[in-house]
Design a protein around this ligand. Structure first.
Ligand code: XIL
Length: 374
């Protein structure tokens, strides 16, 4: 008899406790099962954590979530660090994992001012590239990436963060070289490369009234002119007391009124003191480390843990209220230990923004969400 796990079990070679335990764990519903009638529940991962030898991370992801985003692996700087030098390995591994576990794969992100290599925007002399060159690169890039994953990646963040904190178009290389048309062109190219893909615009601070107004006006025009935009991603990098649920709700309703599907794409709740007035998620923002900004190195006090649970509950109640408009709620990571929030916007802090702790154990906030009445 071959020494497979099934044969070992059949032959009674394993103690019953060992066999029974994983079965019991599997029988407990995870987040995706809990909210299966409301929306997909996703997370962002790296190929490295999925491949971690213990397998605990991969098992948690497969059990708790039914949608997957690559936290970094599908960004231009990671996919094509040098002109013509493609690195597909990590992105391929993540897409494969999603397929193996029947998860919805979301692609993040095609056009962005951050994590796009300098060469993309430069000519051979290192000066700013001209519009024709940048447009050619945009087309080649979108065709290569969307084409490679056609039919396997269900949805794309076609453009990320093109609006600047309520001030209108961000003066990025994209905007400065091409003008605002770089955005609709990206949507048209992505649609041509995979006509069935669900195409999204993604941004942070979408609750800001000026940002909302700017984007509503833009998308209205897109829809009128047949620019293929199907959804909008509200990143959801929030804090314990910002933004207000009212403002967030206004944006969900405004986007849904346009006929766009709404997604919460990068949810985490920062529990640490904010070093700023207006919270941003622009990844180039940095503040210096100061001990006073890092108060919970030895653990999160119960009172703050309760606040965190309450915040997650009120956010989910809002999402549930608008479930007919919401396609997917994706957390930006699994366990607190791997969260980008330990290093943003202040490096080297101990943050607690997610539903699982540093050992991937569900936190009170997880239990609170699992106990919600639907
Ligand atoms: C972050 C990743 O989590 C980090 O690992 C990386 O160093 C910087 O980018 N908005 C986005 C995401 O759209 O791509 C960013 O992800 C977080 C802010």
């Amino acid at each position: 008899m071959k020494c497979t796990r099934r044969n070992i079990v059949k032959a009674g070679l394993l103690g019953s406790a060992f066999v029974a335990l994983p079965a019991v764990a599997r029988a407990l519903p995870g987040l995706a099962t809990k909210f299966r009638d409301q929306f997909y529940v996703g997370t962002a991962v790296s190929a490295r954590s999925l491949n971690a030898p213990s397998g605990a991370f991969a098992a948690t992801v497969a059990h708790q979530f039914n949608a997957l985003t690559a936290e970094n692996a599908m960004k231009p700087a990671l996919l094509q660090p040098q002109m013509g030098e493609w690195r597909w390995q990590d992105a391929d591994a993540i897409v494969k994992f999603a397929e193996q576990h029947k998860m919805l794969m979301h692609g993040h992100t095609l056009v962005w001012h951050s994590q796009t290599p300098d060469w993309f925007f430069q000519n051979k002399q290192g000066e700013p590239a001209d519009k024709a060159t940048l447009y050619r690169r945009q087309e080649e890039y979108i065709n290569a990436v969307v084409g490679r994953y056609k039919g396997r990646v269900h949805s794309w963040d076609v453009v990320n963060e093109a609006e600047d904190e309520g001030k209108g178009w961000r003066k990025s290389h994209w905007y400065n070289i091409c003008g605002p048309e770089f955005m609709e062109r990206a949507f048209r190219l992505a649609h041509a490369a995979d006509p069935k893909a669900h195409l999204c615009y993604n941004d942070y601070n979408m609750h800001l009234p000026q940002k909302r107004e700017f984007l509503v006006k833009l998308f209205k025009d897109y829809i009128k002119r047949g620019v293929p935009i199907h959804g909008v991603g509200l990143q959801g990098h929030v804090g314990l007391d910002y933004p207000s649920l009212d403002e967030l709700e206004k944006t969900i309703v405004a986007m849904a009124d346009l006929g766009l599907k709404v997604h919460i794409t990068e949810l985490d709740v920062d529990v640490l003191p904010a070093p700023w007035q207006l919270a941003s998620a622009d990844i180039s923002t940095k503040f210096e480390y100061d001990k006073s900004l890092n108060p919970y190195v030895d653990g999160l006090p119960d009172a703050v843990n309760e606040q965190l649970s309450a915040r997650y509950v009120e956010l989910f109640k809002l999402f549930i209220k608008h479930q007919q408009h919401i396609g997917r709620v994706t957390f930006w990571g699994v366990g607190d230990g791997d969260s980008w929030k330990n290093n943003f916007p202040v490096p080297g802090r101990t943050n607690y923004p997610l539903l699982f702790d540093r050992n991937l154990k569900p936190k009170p906030a997880y239990n609170a969400l699992m106990a919600l009445k639907l």
